[in-house]
Structures are given as C-alpha cells and as structure tokens.
Design a protein around this ligand. Structure first.
Ligand code: ADP
Ligand code: MG
Length: 377
C-alpha cells in the first residue's frame, strides 16, 4: 500500500497524554491531526488542528474521523467497535480485533498462550460455580476483573477459596481472571513497532517499578542479563506476529524466580507509559513510530542513545490549595527532560506529567530520578 505522506490529516481516538504526545510527533513531521475526545480540556486539543469534542461512539464525529487518511487510538477501552466501523472507510491501526483482545484479560491470556508464550497460572471465573476444588492451585492469587482494569484497579488479592468467592461478589459478579501470585524479581516491558512480518523493530526492554499499582519509574537498559533481554524482545515480536499487529504494541512481562523466567502479563495496543523515555533517549520515539506505522511507513531506528530513567509525576504532588510541585531542581538539571500534560485538575493517582533523566549508567539515572522526584515535593 502507498504510504501516507504530509500534510495528510491523521485521526486519533482519545486525546489524553498519549494522544497529546502522538499529536506533537505528527505535527512535527508535517501531518495534520484530528482528535476525538469528549473532554473539552483534553491534553491533545492543545496541539491538534481539529478537536471533535464528542463521545467516542458519536456517529457524526466518527463520520468526520472516517475522512482522515488514517486513524489510530491512544487506549484500549470502550471503542473496538468504533475502530471496526472506521475500518470500512479508512486505514485503521491497530485493528479493532487487536484492541478487543487487549481490553479483555480472558481473550488476552488465551491469545498469549495460543502464541506459545507463558502466562502466570490462571483460571477464568465467570460465575460463582467456576470456583471449586481446582481453584486452590491458583492461590495465593489476584482476582482481576476481565475488563476495565488499569493502574491496579479492579484487583483483589486472595489467599483462600472463601476469599475468592467474597472477592468475586465484591467485583459485582462480573467475569474475572484468578491469577496465581508469581515470585516477581522484576517487571519489564517491551515495545514492538510492527508494520508487517518483514518490518518489525523492538526497543530495549524497560525495567519498571510500580508503587500502589501505578508505574512510578522505568529504567533503560534494564539491569538484567543480556540473554533475558533478548528473549523478552523475541517473545514480544512473536506475540505481535501472532496478532498480525500493525502499530505500536507494548508487552508487559514478569521476570520470575531464580531462573529469571519470563511470563507475559498483559499487552497494550498503543504506546505505553514505560516507553516515554523514547522521546528523549532514543533515536525515534514511540509516538513517531505510531505515526509512521499508521501511515504505512516502516519502523524507524529504535536505538537507545543513553541510559535513562523515566519518572511519573502524579497528581498527589499538587498541594490541596492548587499549589504546584517544586519544579526548580528538575528544570535546573541539564540532563532532565520535563513533560507536563496540561491537565487542569490534579487528583491523587492521576498522571500529570513525567520527566526522563539521562546518565552514564542505568544505576546513576535511577538514583538521579529518585532524587529529582523527591525534590518535587
Ligand atoms: P493493570 O492493568 O492494573 O496494569 P496488571 O495485571 O499489570 O494490571 O497488574 C498490576 C500490577 O500488579 C503488576 O504490575 C504487578 O506488580 C502486580 N501483579 C499483577 N499480577 C501479578 C501476579 N500474578 N503475581 C505477582 N504480581 C502481580
Ligand atoms: Mg499492567
């Protein structure tokens, strides 16, 4: 297929921080951008040529989006069907089918296994009767709702069969996955950029630290053996191939036990929070890749140019009376890159921005990021 070139109009479903960074990348490359997002203060609206302020399934807005040369998305929830409908009229990536798989843990885990890759041991719990003698083998575990979970939401830790039953009720009886707790030594993610089987690239795995279920730091290169990192990249590509994926795909993995075995946790059909360092520390950013791939262009160089750590900035750092975090130290630092998303309301746990700090080694970058983060408070 012929590549889409500037100044074509590109469309995106969702105008949060991911949509915003996508829009900046696309505009920089000479494209025009239409964003669909119901929030009048959507971060991407700061940069887009056109902001369709309407619900994601709004027929009139989708008709306008369908006139774009290509359409992509910034998140997996709500609108797989909108993606499928749009695909009748224009180029859509990733496909609505891939988005639908990523938005349901049951489908997602089945696909991971179908691709021949390991997951943590799990069983699906769709009704109370699914909890039986066999359930004990997945304990202690985590009961996760099949849909709509993010940043650790929709998860309850369980130790006994009775607790699984109680947790299922607490989730309101919706379909769930019961996952056995694994002996986590590290969490990593690999971002795959795939146009087709001959044009695929991966970034170096990021080593992720979470606090309270939310990503707090991503450090690259991961402090793990080269063999583990190579295997992680191969596994991520294998998954993207199995999905015949087009676009940017993030694959979260657990590093388990003394043997440092890799198991796939979950996937995101879009650029990922753990890939924000690619803006400042890689040859091409994950958002440039999203633009290129949706336009039918091959992935650009994913090379890491410097060890780095990305730190998330959550709304918790804003004082109750509208006080801003203390930006002085991070802004003074010559190797720190601050990104603020332009969100108007700061809430606890809300991602307001991030910074990436570059250093000579991953250890130094991580130490510097922790120090700079502490100085925001
Ligand atoms: P979310 O959609 O909220 O990101 P995840 O499935 O990635 O949900 O779980 C959030 C975090 O909980 C993970 O990053 C990991 O730290 C922890 N976790 C999830 N599943 C397991 C597991 N099976 N064993 C150990 N820790 C887990
Ligand atoms: Mg996760």
């Amino acid at each position: 297929m012929k590549p889409i070139l500037p100044p074509a109009m590109l469309g995106i479903l969702g105008g949060g921080q991911l949509g915003s960074m996508f829009t900046v990348a696309a505009k920089t490359m000479g494209y025009r951008v239409t964003v669909l997002d119901p929030d009048p203060n959507a971060p991407a609206a700061r940069f887009a040529d056109c902001h369709l302020c309407a619900p994601f399934d709004d027929a009139v807005a989708l008709k306008t989006l369908a006139q774009c040369a290509a359409v992509t998305t910034e998140f997996e929830n709500v609108h797989a069907q909108s993606m499928r409908d749009l695909a009748q009229h224009t180029r859509v990536s990733p496909s609505g089918d891939c988005v639908a798989i990523a938005q349901n843990r049951i489908a997602e885990k089945a696909w991971i296994r179908k691709a021949g890759l390991p997951t943590a041991p799990y069983q699906t719990v769709e009704r109370i009767g699914d909890i039986d003698e066999g359930t004990a083998q997945y304990l202690p575990g985590i009961l996760k709702t099949a849909t709509l979970g993010y940043d650790g939401k929709g998860q309850i830790r369980v130790r006994t069969v009775a607790e699984v039953q109680a947790a299922f009720e607490q989730h309101g009886g919706v379909a769930c996955v019961l996952e056995k707790m694994v002996d986590l030594r590290a969490e990593i993610s690999v971002i795959v950029c795939r146009l087709d089987s001959r044009h695929t690239a991966t970034y170096d795995p990021a080593e992720n630290r979470h606090d309270n279920g939310i990503l707090s730091y991503s450090t690259v290169p991961a402090r793990l053996p080269e063999t583990v990192q190579r295997q992680a990249r191969q596994m991520a590509v294998r998954l993207a191939d199995a999905l015949d994926y087009v676009g940017v795909l993030a694959v979260e993995m657990f590093v388990v036990g003394d043997a440092q075995d890799l198991v796939v946790n979950e996937i995101a059909p879009r650029p990922h929070n753990s890939g924000h360092h690619t803006i400042d520390a890689c040859a091409a950013s994950q958002f440039q890749q999203q633009v290129r791939l949706m336009c039918g262009l091959p992935p650009a160089d994913t090379r890491l140019l410097s060890p780095c750590t990305m730190a998330n900035i959550l709304g918790d750092l804003w004082g109750g009376n509208g006080g801003e975090p203390h930006w002085e130290a991070v802004q003074q630092h010559p190797s720190a890159h601050l990104h603020l998303y332009g969100k108007t309301a700061a809430r606890n746990g809300r991602k307001m921005g991030h910074f990436t700090v570059l250093a000579d080694t991953a250890d130094q970058a991580y130490a510097a990021a922790q120090q700079l983060h502490a100085q925001l408070d």
